[in-house]
Design a protein around this ligand. Sequence first.
Ligand code: PEP
Ligand code: MG
Length: 311
Amino acid sequence: ATESARAEWDGVGSTSDGRRVKVLANVGAPADALTAAEAGAEGIGLFRTEFCYLDVDVELAVADQKAAYSAVLGPFAGKPVIVRTLDAGADKPLLFLAQEDEPNPALGVRGIRVSFERTGVLDRQLEAIAGAAEESGADVSVMAPMVATAEEAAWFADRARASGLSRVGVMIEVPSAALTAREVLDAVDFVSLGTNDLAQYTFAADRQLGAVATLNDPWQPALLRLVALVGEAAKEKGKPAGVCGEAAADPLLARVLTGLGITSLSMNAGAVRAVGASLAAVTFADCERAAAAAVAAPTARAARAAVAEIG
Ligand code: PEP
Ligand code: MG
């Protein structure tokens, strides 16, 4: 984004012709939430609750969880916050939810799959989230990680609603969930694409391995085609679809995602201003043109070049 575009960012995400796209932050701790609020984020699109367990090897009591979540939600009273239930396993191991040795942890019991085995842990977390929502005054939604099917999404939605949480979503970060986005959306109120894991599972390329980083490039047309499927399904169902993976932090790619029908982008706080300014500098039709060019490109490099040229 240019300096002049930067000056135009007024804290409300939208294209120059008024297509609304919420610019949100990813957070994991109270300090992150303060930084995000100062950066002008309109809300939190991903609160990674597992960060509360970095130094703890037992499950926190509900009251302690509630206090930890409230501290993060506090700066966002009256604003939208999406709290994600624990995403334990693989790249985010939690001691108190340690799995038996698995040959392929990224393909094993992680994310919502842990919740199927430990329903009490999930229900206590949902209770704490509902309590923190009430205490903080933040406009809280809850979502589950690593959902693979519409059936799993429905299972989670039932449990979350039973805990008094009325707005429930799931992450789309497994290709099967993207391919069945319509059915997934029938079960929940919104979805949020986790492009870090969605790339990992689409390209069969470990997200932590530098040697395969070019496959995990969010400009890869195969990844963007999955985002397009989800954007179309969201439009058809009249429900919101966000992106909360690293893809959302790239100001140029943010235009592509907007053109694909994504209505909120959540990123590290440092990217909020540049992404907001990038969207404010173009029309929605420009975003749609950028999206069409990127999706049709033969390579990630060609996708980036085509969109840069459109400007
Ligand atoms: C993702 O996978 O893109 C995501 C946002 O979740 P995490 O990075 O926490 O796995
Ligand atoms: Mg993920």
